[in-house]
Design a protein. Structure first.
Length: 330
């Protein structure tokens, strides 16, 4: 596993600790950090030795937001461009658009969402701006009592980023989302827990052990392929207009022959049979299953980094609306 300028990675028996590592700057976010996070999560997704990821910050902060001390456009964007929505639609993967127009925090969020491994945020201290929104693409957030969270965008005259206007309402609801965004306050971890953003709050000295135990509970005795597919299916299907599309995808996942092979392999490895109950013994699932990667590759859900999926959804919804005689928002 390669080394990074702004990240520190430590793998221990399947659990990878990914530490945002700029402690002298309160782990402030930079374009370099964004690019390294994208590269790291892309590699993590395809590394079978990694079963789960825990993201935390070095020092006393998780991430204090964008580093505003950098020269030029701190977001790394090209101010000479005059982009339109059609540019983002038609030139989504064009390097000029990727590097000069697309939100760096959003690119990180898309890479995290595309990852096939469970991702936990262990928020050890202040998480402000992008430090807060990047955690929304992670599956579970736990926090130290020393943590503070702030969606402070309106205080500096900008809008939320990192796909947060899609993710945050799904996590805490529209009313709570708008309250936090309008207020632009920095609030404590307990308010985050009450609002549904943070799963649990623990004393600072217990955060590492709590995060590690949570990660182990997600992977020990569990199928890596199932976890990968579950993560992609849940995020993909949460944005569908009705449950029919989820039903179709789940049907394929259950039906595919490789799934049958995986089930037989589990039965063989765990000695589970018709007379066994789940309480008799813990399952000893293989980390990978025969044909499992073929399932994931064939489903290709979701295609977060490809603009083609956007056009597929848009055209499908247009056809559905035409048949029903309605104009469904899209």
């Amino acid at each position: 596993m390669r080394t990074y300028e702004t990240l520190m990675l430590e793998l221990n028996d399947g659990v990878l600790w990914l530490t945002l590592n700029r402690p002298e700057q309160l782990t402030a976010f930079t374009v370099t950090m964004a690019n390294e996070l994208i590269e790291a999560f892309t590699e993590i997704s395809d590394d079978d030795s990694i079963r789960a990821v825990i993201v935390t910050g070095a020092g006393r902060a998780f991430c204090a937001g964008m580093d505003l001390s950098r020269e030029g456009n701190v977001f790394g964007l090209d101010e000479s461009l005059k982009p339109s929505m059609s540019d983002l639609d038609e030139r989504y993967d064009d390097p000029v658009i990727v590097n000069g127009v697309r939100d760096t925090g959003g690119r990180v969020a898309m890479a995290i969402l595309a990852c096939k491994k469970p991702v936990i945020a262990a928020i050890n201290g202040p998480a402000v701006g992008i430090g807060a929104t990047m955690t929304l693409a992670m599956d579970i957030r736990i926090a130290s009592e020393a943590a503070r969270v702030g969606f402070v965008f309106s205080r500096v005259g900008i809008v939320p980023e990192a796909c947060s206007t899609w993710l945050l309402p799904k996590l805490v609801g529209i009313s709570q989302t708008l309250e936090w965004l309008y207020r632009a306050d920095v609030f404590d971890a307990e308010e985050g827990r009450r609002g549904g953003l943070i799963r649990r709050v623990v004393p600072p000295g217990e955060l590492h052990a709590e995060a590690e135990a949570l990660a182990r509970s997600l992977i020990d005795g569990k199928s890596a392929v199932s976890a990968a597919m579950i993560r992609q299916m849940v995020y993909r299907n949460a944005g569908q207009p009705d449950p029919l599309l989820a039903h179709k995808l789940e049907s394929l996942g259950v039906f595919m022959p490789a799934r049958v092979t995986a089930k037989k392999e589990w039965l063989r490895s765990s000695n589970a049979g018709p007379r066994s109950s789940p309480d008799d013994r813990p399952p000893t699932c293989r980390r990978s299953t025969p044909g499992g990667e073929r399932i994931a590759a064939r489903l290709k859900q979701p295609q977060w980094r490809s603009n083609s999926d956007h056009h597929i959804w848009r055209n499908r919804h247009a056809r559905t609306a035409h048949r029903k005689g309605t104009d469904r928002p899209r």
